[in-house]
Ligand binder design. Structure first.
Ligand code: AMP
Length: 117
């Protein structure tokens, strides 16, 4: 079981931002921006490549609700999902990183392997 599935199961605590029956948003433990929220489906999918397209439609709405709750719908944000080894995915349960609260840098991840967000 991944750490995010343990969070969904209530076995590990999280700093919750928003929740419904299908999705959960919580603060990243190691924030890379003033606001850094992780948004996950409660059902297990290894990553975006394996995500169900119909559920993704519902998840889109939930992600938008998180942004609005945080005021990021107005100020802007970045949404990222690391997919697989070259994508730098560490936790093998689909999650979107929502980053905001400041103007974010944009480096060329294709040519700069050291680049983060
Ligand atoms: P990724 O590299 O895309 O798989 O990102 C995994 C993210 O999960 C990292 O940003 C970690 O800081 C974050 N993370 C790992 N464990 C926890 C946890 N228990 N609570 C909150 N965030 C976590």
């Amino acid at each position: 079981m991944t750490i995010f599935e343990k969070i969904v199961a209530g076995e590990i605590p999280c700093n919750k931002v928003l929740e419904n029956d299908k999705f959960l948003a919580f603060n990243d433990i190691n924030p890379k921006a003033p606001i850094h929220i992780l948004i996950i489906p409660k059902k297990h999918f290894k990553n975006f490549q394996e995500m169900d397209a119909t559920l993704m439609g519902k998840m889109t709405k939930f992600i938008q609700e998180v942004a609005t709750l945080m005021g990021l719908d107005k100020s802007g944000y970045r949404l990222i999902t690391n997919n697989g080894e070259n994508g730098g995915q560490e936790v093998m349960h689909l999650h979107f990183h929502m980053l905001g609260g400041a103007k974010l840098n944009w480096t060329d991840a294709a040519t700069d392997p050291q680049s983060t967000f």
